[in-house]
Design a binder for this molecule. Structure first.
Ligand code: ADP
Ligand code: ASP
Ligand code: MG
Length: 424
């Protein structure tokens, strides 16, 4: 029996009962002969509550202090979980990200892991302990300050530790039975997927399926770590995410469509009245990049012949909205545009599947489904295995259900179960 890394999300440890339930599961894995490393998130919506609190004291809190605050959430759950395990008669020790050797760069609020040196975790395991690690946090190699890995970052902590400790599997325990063909909170008829390729999962995660974080899937793909996403509330097998299909490609065909993802966490900025000449787009996106903001979709309108001016729209995380507007306003003189428009009432719907490469009708059917549902499209972007559109936020749920049905993804058996969480 080898080493397993198990990650429990906030909804799985939302209260004392949840922590005790999870402790039993962990002890069972240990009793089955595994060495067990557990990564735990903050209880329930603690992280959101801490963010709300910070905003009440300061509209733009300093990154360093913000990270100090947020990491407190995971500290609470790791210590409580270790106590609950000890109470069941087993040895457990909790570790902060820093103690566990999670080394990052120094970009506060969205640090990247650059190394994992889990010496203390190894020692704890060798001494017979279950090791509990606070997710979502690390320590900067340069400044030695505490950092966080971005929302949902505990998934990444788990895979990074699994890679560093050469674990046989990284189990991600959450409040649904696995990865579904759409968010079960929106589509009751969503179907559980038994296996999904890292490639398709990467696109789903990047398109907003928060059941797994994009960076975590990227990491798992690079280090070839199989992920098993499953519920901490049921004993059911979940979804395997891996580079190779465990049954061999011959037995299970690649689905044409893996699923429908949606995302309401983005906003749209339109730069109005940009002179239509070389270097303008470069100047706009240089200003955004210098502010360390990642953008998603971009569209440039045809310029009106009479004015020689054009509009450029792009989407970005809502949380970066203020920063982006500030950065563009500062560069307004140099870039030379008329005005900025900010719209945070947008939503994005994406259809993902490796089979798209070879099925030319997919795009047409996708747009038809949206049109039949009366949904207006504002932006479009595509990759080899994904089509995404931006619509009004109010239309998103309806659009997801329409597309899910149109592609024959609706399950004809039971409704998908959501065991916990608030969906926040
Ligand atoms: P945790 O607290 O365990 O990290 P998250 O809230 O981050 O849980 O992720 C689990 C949630 O992801 C589910 O409750 C579900 O609403 C949402 N979700 C979105 N897309 C999907 C999908 N395709 N399959 C399963 N869950 C999804
Ligand atoms: N607690 C953090 C968050 O809510 C990290 C995580 O749960 O993965 O984003
Ligand atoms: Mg999560």
């Amino acid at each position: 029996m080898g080493l397993v890394v198990q990650k429990y999300g906030g909804s799985s440890v939302a209260d004392a009962e949840g922590i005790k339930r999870v402790a039993k599961r962990i002890v069972d894995a240990k009793k089955n002969g595994h060495q067990v490393v557990v990564v735990v998130s903050a209880m329930g919506d603690t992280t959101d509550e801490l963010i709300d609190l910070a905003e009440q004291v300061s509209p733009m809190p300093a990154g360093r202090e913000f990270d100090m605050l947020l990491t407190a959430g995971e500290r609470i759950s790791m210590a409580l979980l270790a106590m609950a395990i000890k109470n069941l008669g087993h040895e457990a020790q909790s570790f902060t990200g820093s103690q566990a050797g999670v080394i990052t760069d120094s970009v506060h609020n969205k640090a990247r892991i650059i190394d994992v040196t889990p010496g203390r975790i190894r020692t704890a395991l060798d001494e017979g302990n279950i090791a509990i690690v606070a997710g979502f946090q690390g320590v900067s190699a340069d400044s030695k300050d505490i950092t966080t890995l971005g929302r949902g970052g505990s998934d990444t902590t788990a895979v990074a530790l699994a890679a560093a400790l050469d674990a046989e599997v990284c189990e991600i325990y959450t409040d649904v039975d696995g990865v579904f063909t759409a968010d079960p909170r929106v589509v009751k008829k969503a179907r559980k997927i038994d296996w999904i390729s890292s490639e398709d999962m990467l696109e789903l995660a990047a398109s907003g399926s928060k059941v797994l974080l994009h960076r975590c899937v990227e990491y798992a793909r690079r280090y070839n770590i199989p992920i098993h996403v499953r519920s901490s509330f049921s004993g059911l097998p979940g979804t395997w995410v891996s580079n190779e299909n465990p049954q061999g490609d011959a037995k299970v065909e690649h689905a044409i469509i893996s699923g429908v993802a949606h995302d309401v966490s983005e906003a749209k900025i339109t730069v109005v009245g940009v002179p239509d000449k070389p270097g303008e787009a470069a100047a706009i996106f240089r200003a955004i990049a210098d502010a360390e903001i990642n953008i998603d979709m971009i569209v440039q309108n045809v310029s009106a012949a009479s004015t020689g001016l054009t509009d450029i729209s792009f989407t970005l995380p809502k949380t970066e909205g203020h920063k982006a507007i500030d950065a563009l306003e500062k560069a307004k003189g140099a870039i030379g545009f008329d005005s900025l428009r900010y719209d945070d009432q947008i939503g994005k719907i994406s259809l993902v599947g490796a089979g798209m490469k070879t099925n030319p009708g997919v795009t047409a059917s996708f747009f038809q489904a949206l049109s039949d549902a009366g949904v207006n499209i504002e932006l479009i972007s595509t990759s080899e295995i994904r089509i995404s559109v931006v619509t009004r936020q109010d239309d998103v749920n309806e659009a997801v259900r329409a597309v899910h049905t149109a592609f024959g993804l609706d399950s004809d058996s039971d409704e998908a179960v959501v065991y916990g969480g608030t969906g926040r």
